[in-house]
Design a protein around this ligand. Structure first.
Ligand code: ATP
Ligand code: ZN
Length: 224
């Protein structure tokens, strides 16, 4: 399977999509996105844009299926830890953090929880979509916890009696409040980043990546 066009994976539809497209357009890439299609061809450069779920982006980069990816560091590090644990390829190169998609992963507890610091979490059950980031954080602090893995509706788990607390992405705190939860500990601060596969590139592709990165640096500098 040979492919001479550079492949960049971006989130198909979600919080990172618009900014990812905008950044690529500001770098001079010309394309029309059709959300129903997996691949969008860039008209004026040998680049294909792959539109996928954000969760798939780190694996596609680490497996060398795509050359570049734009994804949140939260998802990137979670997948890296997960793949490390499974002995799967988990190499990549972070080319640059990008100035969008900022959010934090936090532990939040019910208002009535008597929280006296991290030790209060000992052996508690915590609902999360990010079990590896949570485990890394708590293990480094000698806290054991019980896992409740949920890909959605994390914030309702305590009220539903499934967990004692949660570890989830927080931006405004409105969702937490609506569910009677209080943010108690930030465990990871995230923004989006552009990452490159560790698979060795042809000289042509690497030259194109270098050109794209110099444009991205220019776009980011101009905004500062
Ligand atoms: P997908 O269907 O692609 O799996 P998703 O529902 O997992 O989408 P989104 O809610 O679109 O994902 O969030 C994508 C990423 O945006 C998150 O992983 C995080 O990096 C970042 N993000 C999350 N919340 C915010 C926020 N409030 N503001 C900005 N960026 C955020
Ligand atoms: Zn996702």
């Amino acid at each position: 399977m040979t492919n001479n066009r550079l492949r960049i994976a971006v989130q198909k539809s979600g919080r990172l999509s618009k900014e990812s497209h905008l950044l690529l357009r500001r770098c001079g890439l010309k394309f029309n996105v059709d959300e129903r299609r997996l691949i969008t061809r860039v008209d004026n450069l040998p680049i294909d844009i792959l539109q996928v779920r954000d969760d798939d982006i780190p694996g596609l980069v680490m497996d060398g299926v795509v050359d570049l990816g734009i994804v949140g560091e939260n998802v990137l590090e979670e997948v890296e830890l997960e793949r490390q644990a499974a002995n799967k390829a988990c190499q990549y190169q972070k080319l640059k953090p990008l100035d969008f998609g900022r959010c934090k992963l936090s532990i939040a507890l019910p208002e009535e929880f008597d929280y006296q610091g991290l030790a209060s979490l000992q052996n508690k059950r915590i609902a999360t979509t990010y079990p590896y980031l949570l485990k890394r954080y708590l293990q480094e602090r000698d806290i054991e916890f019980q896992e409740c893995l949920l890909k959605g509706s994390v914030e309702v788990a305590p009220r539903a009696g499934l967990a004692d607390g949660i570890c989830d992405l927080v931006s405004t705190g409105a969702t937490l409040e609506a569910n009677g939860l209080v943010e108690t500990q930030v465990i990871f601060e995230s923004q989006s980043a552009i990452v490159q596969s560790a698979v060795t590139q042809s000289d042509e592709k690497q030259a194109l990546i270098d050109k794209l990165m110099s444009r991205i640096n220019g776009v980011i500098k101009a905004r500062e």
